[in-house]
Design a protein around this ligand. Structure first.
Ligand code: H2U
Ligand code: ZN
Length: 348
């Protein structure tokens, strides 16, 4: 297909999620008279006496945070999952009315005591502490016999539903492998069976050769706007080496992960000169006790912004009833992120 042909409507396949996305590049021309959100901005305080995540403060559930100096994790006071949940039993029509028990744990992990920081504005050494904490949490929770998947994710910005600007993430550890990683697991297993290689290792080789979707990279990680990106500035963070989880990373890889996270989030902030909202998370080897040679550590960034700090993409209409659709090409989005500086715009 010639370069100009990509400017016409076409659809692209996501082999990891087994889903198509409709790409309609010409639609960026359309006028916008819809909702204009407010931008999240950066809190300009280091401590907020009302923040339930700041050191020494009371939480909503009645507990009190210690005066922590680095990372700090605690069991979510409003956990979506509990370690013991009774079996809901079998309904009279299980072929249509099916339920299962779901045991699990939910934790909150504060990245830093400073209320005003974000990953983009944290020092690399401090992000490295977060990487180590993620690895510890993955291993500790994944080591619980009833836990078969550990999902680490960060909601950043009010637009993405974050309830608090204090730098933090959530960790939900579940008895069942949730649908997204379960679909990926099946896709990776089947690709390995039919090709004799890892889907994501092969994909990295293509991205390196084509270069047009690369956003940034270092010795151990590559960040691309994937071929199949749905969100306008969605990125996929890939470990260069075939390793299934944070637990398998060397000291150097952990430091590299901290560096690439800072680079990626800094480019995001610089794109529209705002504290860029996103949901981000890592997909790692299921902790179900089975060997998973097919698994390849990666992270997904799903940011909602489309045109500016205040105009977001909505997943409605055709997307809810048909399939996802995007306006700008992944190559166009990657180029816009690639040319941005790695230095944060607030740091003159
Ligand atoms: P989000 O910003 O992604 O919503 O994460 C904040 C989490 O913190 C949320 O899951 C929990 C909420 O349940 N929380 C506590 O555990 N204790 C509190 O005192 C307030 C919020
Ligand atoms: Zn705070």
């Amino acid at each position: 297909m010639s370069d100009s042909a990509w400017q016409f409507p076409h659809r692209r396949y996501n082999p990891l999620r087994r889903q198509w996305v409709l790409v309609s590049p010409h639609r960026t021309e359309r006028p916008w008279q819809g909702e204009v959100n407010t931008s999240s901005g950066f809190p300009d305080i280091q401590y907020d006496p009302k923040c339930y995540l700041c050191p020494g403060n009371d939480r909503a559930g009645g507990k009190k945070n210690p005066v922590y100096k680095g990372v700090f994790s605690f069991d979510n006071d409003y956990a979506a999952l509990l370690p013991d949940s009774p079996d809901p039993g079998t309904s009279s029509r299980p072929e249509l009315l099916l339920a299962e028990s779901e045991r699990g744990r939910c934790r909150v992990l504060c990245f830093h005591p400073d209320h005003g920081l974000t990953l983009a504005r944290m020092a690399p050494d401090d992000i490295r502490q977060v990487v180590d904490a993620w690895s510890d949490q993955y291993q500790e929770l994944g080591g619980v016999p009833a836990i078969n998947h550990v999902q680490i994710f960060e909601n950043r910005g009010t637009m993405m539903g974050a309830s608090n600007p204090h730098p933090h993430c959530q960790i939900w550890a579940t008895e069942h492998i949730p649908d997204e990683p379960a679909t990926e697991t099946n896709a990776l297993i089947e690709y390995q069976k039919s090709h004799g290689s890892c889907m994501l290792c092969d994909y990295i080789a293509i991205e390196k050769a084509e270069a047009s979707r690369i956003v940034c990279e270092n010795d151990d990680f590559l960040v691309v706007v994937p071929w199949w990106a749905v969100w306008p500035f969605e990125t996929l963070l890939l470990a260069r080496q075939h390793t299934g989880s944070l637990a398998g990373f060397s000291d150097r890889q952990r430091t590299s992960l901290a560096a690439i996270l800072k680079q990626t989030t800094t480019r995001y902030d610089n794109l529209f000169e705002t504290s860029f909202p996103y949901t981000m998370g890592f997909h790692q080897t299921p902790t179900d006790g089975n060997e998973h040679p097919e698994w390849h550590f990666h992270g997904h960034f799903y940011p909602p912004l489309l045109r500016s700090a205040t105009v977001r993409k909505f997943m409605v209409g055709f997307e809810m009833l048909g399939m996802p659709q995007r306006d700008i090409t992944p190559e166009g989005a990657a180029e816009r992120l690639r040319v941005l500086p790695d230095l944060h715009f607030t740091l003159k």
